[in-house]
Write a protein that binds this ligand. Structure first.
Ligand SMILES: [Zn+2]
Length: 469
């Protein structure tokens, strides 16, 4: 339960894939459950608005200063919470040797709960500080540590999908599920924990997590699909990330037409399935994903660092496949979805060059859509988060750009205004001068030159979870 609150000033959100909408002088009321109760645009008289919504007349008002705006919280559709200590550490490795060299040793250390507590607390706080209000986490194979991640997300206040990693094949001896049965039973234990601490899925949702096809036996894949169907739970896994991985899958599942068909045959392609990477897909595989209404998490930072390849996002969007963004920490070195937007834009330009077609380039507006409403759709949260509409949860970040005043030699503004008003967000790296009055240009500068210092406050479900001011 939070308190009634009113937010007033500039709000920016995606209206569609290609359009960002700026609401100036808008007032938004948020009820005690953290749900948006009213949105009033072009407000001349805030008092009159509050008189109309009487229960809000004495609610505290948070106003944007010059250069600040409310923006929907970011949604990370693919992040390995347990790999956070390894961000930036990948050398020249590619997926399969990276797993053995860096990833499995780190993940295995989560049998120690002190290690798990330190890392999980920090990754939640760090991603929130970057404006990520919803995260879709891979944990590890350990039940106590995975349960701890759920508890910490609830305590610190991040909306999260929590997946205990299932892997009964291919892992090293020191880090592997003993059998398909034990993997399933352990997963059920983590689901039971979440059901106990958050029975209505207010913040937390368990997500069935077969690591990827090569590390799961056929019986395990089957039983996880059944568990998802029985309990109506979402699924996350990896798909078609790396060319050596494709060869491995083809050798392990020779009876299957493609990597995507491995999941389809085991009933793991559902409308609630999020597939990370999905780089090297045939048209037939994309059509199958579309037919099954499964979703794709685009992880450009990771795809570049592990030399995995270029995901053709435009092609997926043209085929009406739902796409969100993932940091894929620690294949990706940054826990920031703003970085994922930037990297998605960069990679799309490389694809445009390689394919000799400028149509592949994504716009800033499209990148920010994927980071908010696109991600929400991937997770079935499109009615709950991603924009400023009545009935949605107040999962929001307050972003501030550093507007630099142009003063005369006496330190005065030309229009006689108060220079102190400009001192809204000096910490932010995005310096904006007078000529950049247009919000579209300011947003582009934020995407390309901003970072977590621009994110000043963050709320999840109406609760203040980050306040840097
Ligand atoms: Zn991953």
């Amino acid at each position: 339960m939070s308190k009634l609150a009113v937010y007033f000033g500039t709000f920016i959100h995606s209206r569609s894939l290609t359009e960002l909408k700026v609401l100036e002088n808008a007032a938004v009321g948020v009820d005690k459950n953290g749900i948006i109760a009213f949105v009033e645009e072009k407000v001349d008289d805030l008092k009159a608005v509050l008189n109309k919504h009487k229960e809000f007349t004495s609610a505290p008002i948070t106003r944007t200063k010059r250069g600040q705006f409310f923006f929907p919280g970011f949604i990370d559709t693919h992040i390995h919470a347990s790999q956070y200590p390894n961000t930036g550490i990948f050398g020249k490795s590619t997926l399969l040797d990276w797993l053995n060299t860096y990833t499995f040793p780190t993940e295995s250390s989560f049998k120690n709960l002190k290690t798990a507590r330190a890392i999980y607390s920090q990754v939640i706080k760090r991603t929130l500080s970057h404006g990520t209000t919803t995260a879709t986490y891979y944990a590890t194979i350990h039940v106590p540590a995975t349960n701890l991640l759920s508890t910490l997300c609830q305590t610190i206040g991040q909306r999260a999908f929590i997946g205990r990693v299932c892997m009964d094949c291919l892992g090293p001896e020191y880090y592997i599920d003993e059998s398909a049965e034990s993997s399933l039973a352990a997963t059920e234990e983590t689901i039971a924990h979440i059901e106990k601490i958050d029975p209505t899925n207010e913040l937390l949702t368990p997500i069935i997590t077969p690591r990827f096809a090569p590390s799961c036996s056929r019986p395990l894949l089957h039983s996880l699909a059944k568990l998802s169907a029985d309990k109506n739970l979402p699924i996350q896994t990896h798909l078609s990330e790396n060319t050596s991985e494709l060869e491995l899958v083809a050798s392990l599942f020779p009876e299957e037409e493609s990597y995507t068909h491995v999941y389809h045959s085991h009933k793991l392609l559902t409308p609630r399935t999020v597939l990370a990477h999905a780089i090297h897909l045939s048209d037939k595989e994309i059509d199958l994903i579309k037919q099954q209404q499964s979703k794709i998490s685009h992880c450009p930072n990771s795809n570049t660092n592990l030399t995995s390849g270029f995901c053709k996002v435009r092609k997926l969007l043209d085929k009406k496949v739902d796409v969100g963004l993932g940091t894929d920490v620690s294949g990706g070195y940054s826990p920031s979805i703003l970085d994922a937007v930037r990297q998605a834009l960069g990679v799309s330009r490389s694809v445009a060059f390689l394919e000799k077609s400028p149509d592949h380039a994504l716009s800033v507006e499209e990148g920010l859509y994927l980071a908010t409403r696109g991600g929400a759709k991937c997770l079935g949260l499109e009615d709950k988060v991603g924009g400023f509409e009545v009935g949605k949860s107040w999962d929001v970040q307050l972003v501030g750009l550093n507007l630099v005043p142009e003063l005369d030699e006496d330190g005065n503004l030309e229009d006689g205004g108060d220079p102190a008003e400009f001192a809204g967000t000096p910490e932010c790296t995005v310096d904006v001068f007078g000529q950049t009055a247009d919000w579209a240009d300011r947003i582009a500068k934020w995407v390309y030159t901003g970072d977590d210092r621009c994110t000043r406050q963050v709320w999840v479900g109406g609760r203040s979870v980050v306040n840097k001011d």
